[in-house]
Design a protein around this ligand. Sequence first.
Ligand SMILES: Cc1cc2nc3c(=O)[nH]c(=O)nc-3n(C[C@H](O)[C@H](O)[C@H](O)COP(=O)(O)OP(=O)(O)OC[C@H]3O[C@@H](n4cnc5c(N)ncnc54)[C@H](O)[C@@H]3O)c2cc1C
Length: 767
Amino acid sequence: MIHAKAVQENPNLFVFLPIIYTVWSDAILTPRETAILQQLIQSQDWITVKEKEFLQTQLDPSSPPTPDDFKEWLTEIRKVIGPETEPRQSLIDIGIRLAKSHDGGKMTDTLTRAQQSLQPLEDSLGLVSTEALYHFYPENRKSITQQYGTQRTFDVDLLAGILDGNQAATIQKVKTLLADPAFRYIDTDNLSEYREKVLQWCRLLAHQGYGAMAYPKEFGGGGDMAAYFTIMETLSYHDLSLVVKFGVQFGLFGMSIYFLGTEKHHKKYLKDIGTLELPGCFAMTETGHGSNVRGIETTATYNHGSRSFIIHTPVPQAQKEYIGNAAVHGQMATVFAKLIVEGKDYGVSAFLVPLRDKTGSLLPGVSIEDCGRKMGLNGVDNGKIVFNNVPVPYDNMLDRFSTVTEQGTFTSSIASDNRRFFTMLGTLVGGRIGIPRSGLSASKSGLTIAIRYGDKRKQFGPEGASEVPILNYRTHQRRLMPLLANTYAIHFALRHLTDRFLSRTEEQMQEIEALAAGLKAFATWNTTHTLQECREACGGKGYLSENRIDRLKNDSEIYTTFEGDNTVLLQLVAKSRLTEFKQEFSNMNVFGLLNYVADQAKTSLTEMNPLIVRNTDDEHLLNAEFHLNALRYRERDILTSAAKRLKRHIDSGMDSFDAFNVVQHHLVEVGLAYVHRIVLEQFQHQVEQTKDSGCQAILRKLCQLYALNQMDINKGWYLENGYMEGVKTKAIRKLVNQLCWEIRQEAVPLVNAFKIPDTCLAAPIAV
Ligand SMILES: Cc1cc2nc3c(=O)[nH]c(=O)nc-3n(C[C@H](O)[C@H](O)[C@H](O)COP(=O)(O)OP(=O)(O)OC[C@H]3O[C@@H](n4cnc5c(N)ncnc54)[C@H](O)[C@@H]3O)c2cc1C
């Protein structure tokens, strides 16, 4: 167009150049655009018929401009465009400038007419024309999205210190050890090579005293259970097969003897287990029964004549399955079996059953099959075990809660089979602390990789300007920042759970078990979700094994199932909450009940009044008390309504098993709402405890994001129940986006505060 005869003769036709450039800018001239333009050109009385015909040729969909034409047009337009700081011009303004620059300003009158008659065209192009203006500005201009980047308002070392707490020394020791070349990752598809390497790593850890860390000092241990959990968590920056093998040997196997056995067992076995002299297994699950442990069918039949127990797999479904350490290395197992004494079934007890001799050969009556390759954790040798009337001596019964007397009769300090069973399982709660803490480290690794990558990886950008880091995109922030906030939140909640477990009293056990079950479910689901987002956030690079997310994802996937399936665990949490709720009610005297009703009414008056349910002030929405009240209200309301529904069903004659099934979905929400509230409480507590103002400010922001994101996720519930109106849930969503935008600036320092050793992270994209 620029060099066409018509334009040379009448430079005023340059007025059309920005418009024609704009309508062609998406390479397609739609019928609507063509029609509008044609009509407008026809209605101009300041151009000749020939010139009109020429302009029509520029709008022929079958003859688009060449890329070179297009580039030339843009160069021409940019010659006359002012700096971006000038007030925004319209397409017509730019066209007039162009025409003037070619015509020397001779035909001012014509141009004034042109400006008036073309204005409706600009209006009808609407957004297209506004958008087009961005294209015209010279290169290297910066948009807000582009200018945005990493900054830091807090001291990373101080924040790392807050995360490590009183375990900093142990964490440092483990990290130093993991940096040793002996712990270098191996890249192999060979199962046995990988399994041997993991065993070798476990031996190195045992040699440092880490395996026995939790056992009492008199049995060769470190007497430090807190350090044991910290070791598990820190090792989880490394290979998760190592962590699980370590957990099976020193945690599940060793702790089952420590908690379910008595002194004779501690003396005889703990030292050898801690040094890995005696590799062992924890054999509870059967092919037929996983979540329902009480249904297991393996039997341990007492033989008074030989003072022994006969361990037997009566049906194929009773084979032990998925048992870690069983396929190759295990020499002994804690086997859960139904104790039969004099033909009577006394429920599940635990027995130590030798599997292999020192040379690794299976012992008589024991058959083991390898579970083979799995979705992850392939450095752990899981196996299926079948027992064919294997005798074990009397002393091999782990007899802390029940035993068989000299006279050959069953005896227990806990009369009820039910209570005994749950007391026994309750002692094994440690696994439900170790696994979420391990998953937390995997989330931290994934987030460190994805956030560092997102800060550097650039895609797209304003027209003509350089590309923008993907972490500057709002959706990218929305995907990763709430998960970063969750990870910090869960960190402090799991520390609280560990502290409660370590200082537990008998009466608190039930509550701590529920807390562990709930946090295990929430935290491990969060890990799975986080790693999936991190994988996608790194695009194709996230899929490459060299960047580790694949391993972390595949290995931690099963965390949602073992140590208790998450859905099943949340039902246990709900049942425990219902029991507490019932007790709270039945313990209340008349005044207590009146106070409760008054409290509820007060909540309704203060939080549910029309001003509050519509309050969209930032000050209110960012207020910690509002956050806690909202999560508490939801927790309480869901619990009360679940209790009412259950009661209604049972009162109407429904079997209680059926009634629980009818409200099962509701129960899972009871469990989750409880955990969400606890996690918030602990996070808020941590914020209040933090002395350094920089760290406190960033933790507060993360805590606000955690709380508001929970409300945003559950906004349907808040709307259904009239706790919020639409204006408020919209304002919350906006604030979540705003917090994501603000936290993005600190995201790299925030993941740096995890201080994951480079040798563990080992992802080229995270350098
Ligand atoms: C890699 C790996 C390692 C393992 N290591 C060991 C080990 O060392 N020792 C050991 O003893 N075990 C081990 N396990 C077994 C593990 O603990 C069980 O897989 C787990 O307890 C779940 O049991 P299940 O697989 O039989 O699933 P199931 O109990 O059959 O559950 C299957 C599905 O049904 C659902 N479901 C079950 N019951 C209910 C219900 N009441 N209401 C609603 N939904 C329900 C669950 O949510 C789940 O989604 C391991 C498993 C794996 C995969």
